[in-house]
Design a protein around this ligand. Sequence first.
Ligand SMILES: N[C@H](CCC[C@H](N)C(=O)O)C(=O)O
Length: 277
Amino acid sequence: MKFTKMQGIGNDYVYVNCFQEHIENPSEVSRRISDRHFGIGSDGLILIKSSEKADFEMEMYNADGSQGAMCGNGMRCVGKYVYDYGLTDKTRISVDTKSGIKYLDLTVENKKVKQVRVNMGEPVLETKAIPMIYDGEKVISQPFNVGQDIYEITAVSMGNPHAVVYVDNVKSLPLEEIGPKFEKHTAFPESVNTEFVRVIDRRTVEMRVWERGSGETLACGTGACAVAVASVLNGYTEDEVTVRLLGGDLKIFWDRAENFVYMTGPAEVVFEGEIEI
Ligand SMILES: N[C@H](CCC[C@H](N)C(=O)O)C(=O)O
């Protein structure tokens, strides 16, 4: 199987061009190749496929083999791949996903994509659509027992579920310990991606993320969007926020008039390779 290793601010996936390759069992392949010692090493697998409804389709799998519905950092890398590798010469493209069609604007320098702006769609707050088991329509800074502690959660879906928690210090968080407790929490029947956020000022936040199916990653694009929406809803920031993640920064803008969330950031190729699967 030929692959391209790419990363979006450190959120790294193995990309397979399914116009050329056919993957029988993507969940198993994702588990195998994601291992950072016995495989290629990645946060998961992303398949670039043809689509009847859009220019392309993105199919995404986490490192544990579970299929995700949407991947923001991955979407930027898909935009870079299809342009740089000659699958399209358009700089405005559409990519279908399990959470609907997303629209991308590609910024090209010297015939290569340097930056991508993605319309990530509408944030979803209704608990049944997150999905989240809760006796109420929305969860905005509501207290929940997680393990032995109480955390205030704001729940947002960007096509995948997110629990946003505000803390005073993200660096000292025992993420390995508390992350799995959120991931397995019974309030989230389809599990959840959890973001721990410190507000720096009205235009800047910093965060770490424990991802459903992948553990801590250096960045999460959909998570950064969920954090921006939660920060506006809680009155902490303006509608345009710089989200500082371990792997780099993302610019997020929640256009309240359109109710679309825009994410802008880089995408890079790390290396190309071939592996027996
Ligand atoms: N890292 C991705 C999110 C992956 C979400 C996945 N962990 C799931 O929802 O199952 C991003 O940049 O948006």
